[in-house]
Design a binder for this molecule. Structure first.
Ligand code: ADP
Ligand code: MG
Length: 550
């Protein structure tokens, strides 16, 4: 008889179900799972905190379509992992949190790190369970993975008590399960396909919004074909950026506010009318706007604004249906319309209004000048991770994306501290690409120690810290007896942190240093930090509407 441990069954089942990456922090009782994962050929990356590991697991899910695993010890470790579980839940990304737990026969006795873990995971999970025997582990793993990628993707949780992990079984007793296939891609009701096209044809001021559901569905080819066939103006949500290149002539991104406010028909492709889209309500949207909504989740249809045309299905397939319908009855939105010229006018006006800031060489520098230099130096297929309030918001407008799933940011949940975990996930999923993580100094601070992880794995990530001494702008001096809540250490030398682990740190304060330093850092095959001091009072250009209003 050949024996197999619970840990090995867990690892082999994960591998069989297509889980290729595991991020975690080892300790009681999960150490054997990490070692078994490595033996089974899963890429294991030891992190410094479960929070970052859990963010990485969600990002892998979004980037690859199969959940990343986060491995956490019992109690506090698992609780830290809930951060990423909630982030994946909010963003609709597949991930699997594996929480170690005390021996099941100690439940209720006050065991070491005993915690109501399944209950804690449940509100953020599509599925949360504890296998009742080691023999049935493959069943639970298959169900967890399949649930995370089916329908609207999301987070799942498996609770793994020590006695299950350390059990030894006869291999003959295990019922291994085949890899669950990619989820079936569903089509929309054909009647609504016609209806959607008719509604678009009847529109005077149509607008297409491309969201990260389209990116997740790998619908970039179909969405682009649709836009080019119909010649409809479009803009993207923050992570929908790149599904169609930002420099595509049909993009009206710089005229975002005007386009949202005045469109009479909006076609949402895998994007939600939540806070990011101002709930689809006035004054950000027109009172009587008609919504065509493409979403895989039937429950999402009609959220906040009644939907005129529901297209429930997979974005790639449904966009294919629309393209097929357009083949037999070609139609495109006219070249010359008031709406189109209005949008173009707004685009030119808004582009011109930031031009001065992009080219402003005064010192200390502002956000725009720094971001412009980054924009000019990174290649088109760079993966950009970004977080921090102003750094991310301004970065979204200044740094273009040209490929789908090449932008990862604070997302639907607005989570700060995701940047390092995301960048590490992107670098392991795409070893052939450059990853740049553009962060505010406060955002970096949440999980800065993960630069050690990046160095240990020699991941060629450039962490660019746009440093304004605090949260939303610090000070040039403060009373150390009572620093204001938003202030962090003045001129903090964050770049020195990475030097402790063999990476290179760069410190930039002048325009003259900016370009050459960034160039050197971007070409460095090791991870590095470029710490760029900006004016602590630097701000975003005045906005017609702030994000969190209306
Ligand atoms: P954004 O922030 O870009 O607006 P959201 O996360 O708010 O994106 O919305 C993405 C939407 O995409 C979700 O409502 C989700 O249900 C949907 N979605 C996820 N996968 C698919 C898919 N394969 N096809 C269509 N829609 C999808
Ligand atoms: Mg800051």
């Amino acid at each position: 008889m050949s024996e197999i441990s619970g840990a090995r069954i867990i690892a082999r089942s994960l591998k069989q179900q297509g889980v290729e990456y595991m991020f975690g922090v080892v300790g009681f009782p999960v150490i054997p799972i990490a070692s078994a994962a490595q033996k089974e050929g899963i890429r294991y990356l030891g992190f410094r905190n479960e929070q970052s590991a859990s963010y990485a697991a969600g990002a892998i899910g979004y980037l690859t379509g199969r959940p990343g695993a986060c491995l956490a010890v019992s109690g506090p470790g698992m609780v830290h992992g809930i951060a990423g579980l909630a982030n994946a839940w909010s963003n609709c990304w597949p991930m699997i949190l594996l929480g170690g737990a005390n021996d099941s026969y100690q439940d209720g006795r006050g065991a070491f790190q005993e915690t109501p873990q399944i209950e804690a995971a449940r509100p953020f999970s599509k599925y949360a369970a504890r296998p009742e025997s080691a023999q049935r582990i493959p069943f639970f793993v298959e169900k967890a993975v399949r649930t995370s990628i089916s329908g609207r993707p999301g987070a799942v949780y498996l609770d793994l008590p020590n006695d299950l992990i350390s059990a030894n079984l006869d291999e003959q007793e295990i019922n291994w399960l085949d890899r669950c296939p990619e989820p079936a891609r569903s089509l929309a009701d054909p009647e609504y396909i016609e209806n959607a096209l008719e509604t678009l044809k009847s529109a005077e001021r149509p607008l297409v919004i491309v969201g990260k559901g389209a990116a997740y569905a790998r619908a970039e080819g179909e969405v682009r074909e649709f836009l080019e066939k119909t010649q409809l103006p479009f803009l993207a949500s923050p992570m929908g950026k790149g599904v169609v290149p930002d420099d595509h002539p049909l993009s009206v991104a710089p005229a975002r506010s005007h386009a949202l406010q005045n469109a009479d028909v909006v076609f949402l492709i895998g994007a939600r009318l939540n806070w990011i889209m101002h709930f689809g309500l006035p004054p950000r949207f027109a009172e009587d706007v008609k919504i065509i909504q493409l979403d895989i989740s039937a429950e999402e249809i009609g959220t906040n604004v009644p939907t005129a045309v529901p297209l429930v299905g997979d974005a790639q397939r449904v966009m294919g249906q629309l393209n097929t319908a357009l083949e037999t009855r070609a139609w495109s939105y006219p070249k010359q319309t008031t709406w189109r010229s209005e949008l173009h006018e707004q685009v030119s006006k808004n582009v011109a209004s930031v031009d001065a800031m992009l080219n402003d060489d005064s010192e200390p520098m502002g956000y725009y000048r720094v971001l412009r230099e980054i924009r000019d130096l990174v290649s088109r297929d760079t993966i950009i991770c970004s977080e921090g309030a102003n750094t991310m918001d301004i970065g979204r407008t200044v740094l273009p994306n040209f490929e789908a799933r090449h932008r990862l940011d604070a997302g639907t949940y607005g989570t700060m501290g995701v940047g390092l975990g995301f960048a590490i996930a992107a670098a392991v999923a795409h070893p052939e690409k450059k990853v740049v993580c553009v962060e505010g100094d406060s955002a970096f601070g949440f999980s800065g120690m993960e630069v050690e992880t990046a160095c240990r794995f020699r991941l060629p990530i450039t962490f660019i810290i746009i440093n304004n001494n605090g949260i939303g702008g610090g000070l040039s001096e403060y009373d150390p007896a009572n620093p204001p809540p938003f202030v962090y250490t003045i001129d903090a030398r964050y770049e020195k942190v990475i030097e402790a682990f063999g990476g290179r740190g760069y410190y930039v304060t002048t325009v003259k240093e900016l370009g050459p330093t960034l160039k050197e850092a971007l070409n460095d095959p090791m991870p590095n930090i470029v710490n760029i001091m900006i004016d602590p009072r630097a701000q975003r250009k005045p906005q017609k509407f702030e994000w969190l209003t209306h």
